[in-house]
Design a protein around this ligand. Sequence first.
Ligand code: GLY
Length: 471
Amino acid sequence: MPPASAAAPPARVLVVGSGGREHALAWAIARSPAVERVVVAPGNGGTADEAKCLNADVGATDVDGLVALAAAHDVDLVVVGPEDSLAAGTADALAAAGRAVFGPTRAAAQIESSKRWSRAFMARHGIPHPRFVDTHDLDLALEAVDDIATGGGTHPDRGCVVKADGLAAGKGVVVCDSVDDGRAAVRSILLDGRFGAAGASVVVEERMTGPELSVMAVTDGTRYRLLPPAQDHKRVGDGDRGPNTGGMGAYAPAPIATPALLAHVEATIIAPTLAGLRAEGVPFVGCLYAGLMLTPADDATAGTPRTGAVDGVVPKVVEFNARFGDPETQVQLPLVASDVAVLLAAAAAGDVTAAPFALAPGAAACVVLAAAGYPGPVASGALLAGLEAAARPGVTVFHAGTARAADGALVARGGRVLGVTCAAADLAAAVDGAYAAIGTERGGVGFDGMHYRRDIARRALGPAATPAGRP
Ligand code: GLY
């Protein structure tokens, strides 16, 4: 039984967004015995068919429309998925209208929506980060590229990272291999307006090396619960080749995240970040997503500030996100054994520890099926086939860019179309299960022109792993 101080379990919940993350949230929330109805705005072809769920044709950044929708359904809880919705002030407006909201205010969401604000915050609070320079001045930015890429001339050209300050649909980060690339990125953002107003200023950063790790804290602003640590696959192609995407697959828990490493991340990153946000008067209620680089402990550039190493690495923040990850949510929520709706309601009500919290044993893997051309422009309309593959043990097919055509058929309508997720006793079995559910020639799910990575979780399982469905 939850303690007496726990928020009442929510009966009606509004989930804001339309991606695989929001399908996973709606799916997990709908599993709560307390929940009678989940309204998803605007949702997708999968959320429309999910038990207890209903799509509403209100966009994720239509703040007034969302306030009216929450009132029309008298929802007990709103869960905001996407960053642009948070940056538009959705959480503020819904809270002002008296709704319980899981998702940070616009001010707290700056930790994601302004890369300048976020890096300056980390510097103020001693949260481990790479060297950076933020500026709107072209000459200063070009100088920063030279200086940061070469350590002020102390090492060979290692390239750098150039980030547009504002939100740019996940595309505002340019990883540059050299000074020349860095200078070109700066010019394209500041001179040519590659990211529009989001690129009015840039942050030029050291290019860190090491494996990446995503650590998510479901938090009431002070206390928190960690979801299973995950690894994403951001590049479009196998072997981490090709352009960046929103994420082509994920797995959890990531074996690299030992208990010692996670404890270090909590002590040096999660807890001081939440404390810093509280101290600055912008407490963060929602999912704090710490995107980390596990930099080598012997790298001379590591440690700004020096926080000590654990397991031979120094975890440093690549970026914070103010929300659940996508596709990470699709592997994390199937591993939460306790009631997700009650957990999020407790965080929104001010005490996340008032809700039961338990993780399931085992692991989960998700393979994203993307439309031809993704991450560039894609054509819509491919017919989705084999969705009954979702009926296989442990497998759930989360929808992202899908919709019902006029004739009722489910079709692709976006870049990332489906996330084929499998939860199983261990990571190898989860990966096997996900790949086995892909491909209409095997009775699995698919659509014309789809492409997907064949190496999800290979870095954790080792190069010898050749699960079913991989080439
Ligand atoms: N998978 C990366 C993100 O959610 O930002």
